[in-house]
Ligand binder design. Structure first.
Ligand code: ADE
Ligand code: ZN
Length: 337
């Protein structure tokens, strides 16, 4: 029997791969453009949506970055976070670890403190709504390693507001080892670490090997090309490395959801999780991603429950909190049988 959308919406879950900048819905974009007097070249929701023309990571990013110009002051960053957290609540997200890209803002003159203070205010409001939200600061891999180091130094006074460090943006010609030094520092300083290994990149498997063996990440964002090397699959099974997969995002920037790879890894016992990546652009929030994957690949209720449990297991919370959330999933599953 196929699993219902209602069941997946109500399933308690953690979201671990979500770019706050990727939650900028057309409505908020237009409101902030007007408030801040910024000409974005579009005045209606339809026009904004028409501009969403992409079929690869590179073409997606070309639409994604210019949109961020509308984010100017602390309130704008706070509103963006709160809008997302309200939606997350409707999807029964209990815990989330959210990416943000400070360099996408500092590079256009917005101070680092505006970005972090604004987002953190939103995070605090989320906690008042009952969502345990945290921030992961990502470096843009298409900027220099030196710029990443300078951004890291700027972030250190705010370290109590940042749970982990990540790496995103265009992977082409920007391998993980370009950022080895700053990730080494972050690990020494006690940050959690994760990195994007986007789908079907040039030398995807080499990048995955380096993030596992040389950088030493705790999770990989995307990363399903790992199926090409059985020895790496054995390694992630042994080390319980999490994968933050984003099926609907994959279907936009590559030719499919990569659900076969996810299903294979799940069946091998890998810690596969499902997430929404940039939901405003792919028009799919987390439960929609769960549903899309389950229906297209005929996954069972038990598979989806396992994915939700994985999301807490590979999150960066205490063991006690993990047990609490996993119990919550079991109680939910029992109550709707
Ligand atoms: N920034 C926002 N979404 C991204 C993705 N899927 N890959 C890399 N960088 C991103
Ligand atoms: Zn991503």
């Amino acid at each position: 029997m196929s699993v219902s959308k209602e069941f997946l919406y109500g399933l308690p879950k953690a979201e671990l791969h979500l770019h706050l900048e990727g939650t900028l819905e057309p409505e908020l974009k237009l409101r902030l453009a007007q408030k801040n007097g910024i000409d974005i070249g579009q005045t209606t929701i339809e026009q904004v949506k028409e501009s969403y023309q992409f079929d690869s990571l590179t073409s997606f990013l070309a639409v994604y970055y210019p949109a961020m110009n509308v984010l100017q002051d602390e309130d704008d960053f706070c509103d963006l976070a709160v809008d997302y957290l309200q939606k997350a609540k409707a999807h029964n997200v209990k815990h989330c670890e959210l990416f943000f890209d400070p360099q996408a803002h500092t590079s256009r003159g917005v101070p680092f403190e505006t970005v972090i203070n604004g987002y953190y205010k939103g995070i605090e409001k989320g906690r008042e709504m009952g969502i345990d939200a945290h921030l992961i600061m990502c470096f843009l891999r298409d900027m220099t390693a030196d710029c990443a180091l300078k951004t890291y130094q700027k972030a250190l006074p705010y370290r109590d507001k940042i749970l982990g460090i990540g790496l995103d943006s265009d992977e082409r010609d920007n391998p993980p080892m370009k950022f080895a030094q700053v990730f080494e520092m972050a690990k020494k300083d006690g940050f959690h670490v994760t990195m994007h290994c986007d789908i079907d990149q040039q030398d995807s498997i080499g990048h995955i090997r380096d993030v596992l063996y040389k950088i030493g990440v705790e999770r990989i964002d995307h990363g399903t090309n790992i199926v090409e090397d059985p020895s790496l699959v054995d390694y992630v099974l042994a080390h319980k490395i999490g994968f933050t997969c984003c099926p609907v995002s994959n279907s936009f920037v590559t030719s499919d959801m990569k659900g076969r790879e996810m299903t294979y890894l799940l069946q091998r016992g890998a810690k596969i999780t499902v997430n929404s990546d940039d939901p405003a652009y792919f028009q799919s929030y987390i439960s929609d991603d769960y549903y899309a994957l389950a229906t297209k690949y005929n996954l069972s209720k038990e598979d989806m429950i396992q994915i939700a449990k994985n999301s807490f297991e590979v999150s960066w919370i205490s063991d006690e909190a993990k047990r609490k959330y996993i119990r919550m999933i079991d109680e939910y599953a029992a109550s709707v049988e």
